[in-house]
Design a binder for this molecule. Structure first.
Ligand code: KIV
Length: 268
């Protein structure tokens, strides 16, 4: 893939769903990663609140603040040319009411140049409607929803039981009715993701949701092997950058200790 030549919009994603060409979405938390993804031709770049785990070293996404998300969102924005840029609304930035949701979403659009925001669950229908009415595209997120990890009681596949599967499918319809332009489905059985993807007009992006979704998203550090903790079983690792990183640092240490660096070429 090479860089997108046209700005990716909600209309582009709808057209991709129609055409059957799978949508590629990845996370970025900083300028260089966003630039690499953008240059590679990724369709959608998400500043996920996984920022909390991956970059800030928290145990969950719950401590992540609006200010932290804004700080990273501005850096990511500077790296993106034509990919769509979505920012996760952090825990308690929309759960406290429609007005809070609207004002916080507006900060991502106005201050950080985001194209859209993402929120978890199906409880904030008024907020989604208000944002959509105000011109802020909202992506939904169902299945396993990390901001509810304490309520759920751990990182678990959602929708294995028939009743829960029916609930998730109904929530997906409800979100579409409220005006989401797309939906992330996280850690649900492939068969359920297939049904929901077929039933919805809006594109469905899966993470641990099998091959039948309209697109796929992963945390980029998991994909390239740059996260220093075990990754979920649904992740395929395409590189081991942690190893490459450590080897480079070891070589540098050796060269410094033995006086090989800096040599003539790297001195004035
Ligand atoms: O926070 C995140 O990274 C996400 C994903 C969908 C990967 O929400």
């Amino acid at each position: 893939m090479s860089e997108q030549t046209k700005k990716v919009t909600t209309a582009t994603l709808r057209a991709l769903k129609k055409s059957g060409r799978k949508i590629v979405m990845l996370t970025a938390y900083d300028y260089p990663t966003a630039k690499l993804l953008s240059d590679s031709g990724v369709d959608v770049i998400l500043l996920g609140d996984s920022l909390g785990n991956v970059i800030l070293g928290y145990e969950s996404t719950l401590p992540v603040t609006m200010e932290e998300m804004l700080h990273h969102a501005k850096a990511v924005r500077r790296g993106i040319a034509n990919a769509m840029f979505i920012v996760d609304m952090p825990f308690m930035s929309y759960q406290t009411g429609t007005r809070d949701a609207l004002l916080n979403a507006a900060r991502f659009i106005k201050e950080a140049g985001a194209d859209a925001v993402k929120i978890e669950g199906d409880l904030y229908i008024d907020a989604i409607k208000a944002m959509a009415d105000a011109g802020i595209p909202v992506m939904g997120h169902l299945g396993f929803t990390p901001q509810q990890v304490n309520q759920i009681g751990g990182y678990k596949v959602a929708g294995r039981e028939r009743a829960e599967a029916l609930r998730i499918a109904a929530s997906a319809k409800k979100l579409q009715g409220a005006g989401v332009f797309s939906l992330v489905l996280e850690m649900v059985p492939s068969s359920l993701a297939k049904k929901i993807t077929k039933a919805l007009k809006v594109p469905v992006i899966g993470i641990g949701a099998g091959p039948f979704c309209d697109g796929q998203v992963l945390v980029v550090h998991d994909l390239v092997g740059l996260y220093p903790k075990p990754v979920p079983s649904f992740v395929k690792q395409y590189a081991n950058l942690s190893k490459t990183f450590k080897e480079a640092v070891s070589s540098f240490m050796w060269d410094v200790h033995t006086g090989k660096f800096p040599d003539k070429e790297h001195s004035f």
